[in-house]
Design a protein around this ligand. Sequence first.
Ligand SMILES: [Mg+2]
Length: 113
Amino acid sequence: MDFREYQKKSRETAMYPGNGSNFVYPALGLAGETGEVVEKVKKLLRNHEVTEASQIPVEKKEEIEKEMGDVLWYLAQLATELDIDFGDVAEQNIEKILSRKERGMLHSEGDNR
Ligand SMILES: [Mg+2]
């Protein structure tokens, strides 16, 4: 599935207050779901002493995968609220990252390298 299609289909499930004129709600949701992803990673270390990806139990990896989907959903809703094409986000980002790689700038600092 491409990002534009995901943005369009996921919008059909957007049922939050002020839907269509509320960029704050999906931004807060994005932060919350990002927290859920890293919380699960933290618990792998705390409860299972996992430090290598290959050590992660399949069910734990699936839990993280689902939370990553929740992050994606909120990011797509934020893009919609800001009238940003989610496909453009992906395309511009990969162009930026590949350009940095080609110019040997992946490890330097600054947002506009
Ligand atoms: Mg979640």
